[in-house]
Design a protein around this ligand. Structure first.
Ligand SMILES: [Zn+2]
Length: 219
């Protein structure tokens, strides 16, 4: 994790620092090596949140767009007492999950149920070939307002398929200034629609608590 509590404050990992987990209150140690990004790890056991994935530079760059108070927020389901750590939870109640590793449609669904007001940002550069396939499959536009392009998927990966059944907004991030919202996707036909939005506009709307805007093509 990026943060642990040290003397009651959320602090980033530094060599030899000890802290407390913001989710389960267990002891944490700072891991500050040369291979993995500097992070906090639970001292005595596995991570308290089975949904947690080890962080990449990509996760950190996304989190850094938002205030510290919004990052790594422990979220508890009142009925089940289940706890998970939201990557970002805004003061307006919106949860942002930055997903690098592949997760199954069943996992997608259970997290959406748990968080409710959730938006996924998916790392499109996890697999080397996906960005090329995405650009190859883009055609259109097929709609001007909101602006949408057709996407035909020629890749072998399940990048789009795994998100086809999501009930919340899913944005693909290929590391450019533009995010692509997966508007719809038919896994049998391997075609769907995607809408572009600048990363800057997306972040602004999240910060302000506005509905995420859509792009339009001017006449
Ligand atoms: Zn913990």
């Amino acid at each position: 994790m990026k943060y642990a509590k040290v003397n009651g404050k959320k602090v980033e990992a530094k060599p030899k620092l000890r802290g407390i987990c913001t989710n389960c209150s267990q002891e944490m140690v700072a891991k500050c090596g040369r291979v993995k990004i500097w992070h906090w790890a639970h001292k005595s056991r596995l991570h308290c949140d089975p949904w947690w994935e080890s962080e990449t530079e990509w996760h950190r760059n996304w989190k850094n767009n938002f205030p510290v108070e919004w990052q790594e927020i422990s979220h508890k389901d009142k009925a089940s007492n289940e706890r998970h750590i939201a990557d970002v939870k805004t003061s307006h109640g919106l949860v942002l999950e930055f997903q690098h590793s592949l997760i199954s449609p069943a996992e997608v669904e259970s997290r959406e149920q748990f968080y409710g007001n959730l938006i996924w940002i998916v790392d499109g550069n996890r697999s080397e070939l996906d960005k090329g396939h995405f650009n190859l499959g883009l055609s259109g536009p097929i709609q001007k307002d909101p602006l949408a392009y057709q996407i035909s998927w020629y890749g072998r990966s399940r990048l789009l398929q795994n998100w086809a059944e999501s009930k919340v907004m899913v944005y693909l991030d290929f590391g450019d200034e533009i995010l692509w919202r997966l508007v719809l996707y038919n896994s049998q036909k391997k075609t769907g629609a995607v809408g572009p939005l600048s990363k800057k506009a997306f972040i602004e709307d999240c910060l302000n608590g506005y509905p995420i805007r859509v792009s339009k093509l001017e006449e």
